[in-house]
Design a binder for this molecule. Structure first.
Ligand SMILES: [Zn+2]
Length: 190
């Protein structure tokens, strides 16, 4: 699935637990982290018409979709978090949510399934793929993204913070205020 869907999944997942701002960000970003290996798309697109195209995306996409990298991400979460164990475990789960979503619906436009080499680089025996996998641009992905976006708005309205808090608390505040102004909460004086 797309990084946007993974990000929103991570955000909604992080909000299922009681976490501080920084820990929420860690759990959210852990759901996007596997796709760091997809950044190779940039040099690949930039060089595709050159005499020496860099096939970094083709070669390396999904190479970080592994158990080993999930542990690296969880360890990083442990090091950076306020509630260390809780955040690290949630980050680990969040990372695996990403893998689950990719198995469900990340088939490329060419039909390639991008199997997940879960035990790489130690073993290539286990390749996670599902026969029914739908395409990256198929309707379930669009529907899921829309639902996650709605939940994200609802959470912002209800709890008073949104993913914007990762960039700027001030911008987040303004966003929540605008949201609550547009949709006043019934139990509060206007
Ligand atoms: Zn992925």
């Amino acid at each position: 699935m797309s990084p946007v869907t993974h990000f929103l999944t991570g955000w909604v997942f992080a909000n299922c637990a009681k976490l501080e701002r920084r820990d929420r960000a860690i759990v959210t970003l852990a759901c996007v982290a596997p796709d760091v290996d997809g950044l190779g798309i940039i040099p690949e697109l930039l060089t595709r018409n050159s005499s020496h195209p860099l096939l970094w995306f083709t070669l390396y996409h999904h190479s970080l979709h592994t158990l080993a990298f999930s542990l690296v991400v969880a360890a990083a979460g442990f090091a950076l978090a306020q509630q260390r164990w809780k955040t690290a475990l949630l980050a680990l789960a969040s990372f695996h949510l990403h893998l689950f979503e990719d198995v469900l619906g990340s088939r490329g436009p060419d039909g390639y399934q991008w199997p997940i080499p879960y035990l790489a680089p130690f073993s290539s025996a286990l390749q996670l793929a599902w026969r029914g996998e739908w395409g990256l641009n198929a309707w379930p992905n669009i529907a899921l993204t829309a639902v996650l976006l709605l939940i994200t708005f609802w959470l912002a309205w209800q709890r008073g913070f949104s993913p914007l808090e990762m960039i700027s608390v001030k911008a987040d505040r303004a966003f929540v205020d605008a949201l609550r102004q547009r949709f006043p909460r019934t139990n509060e004086p206007a």
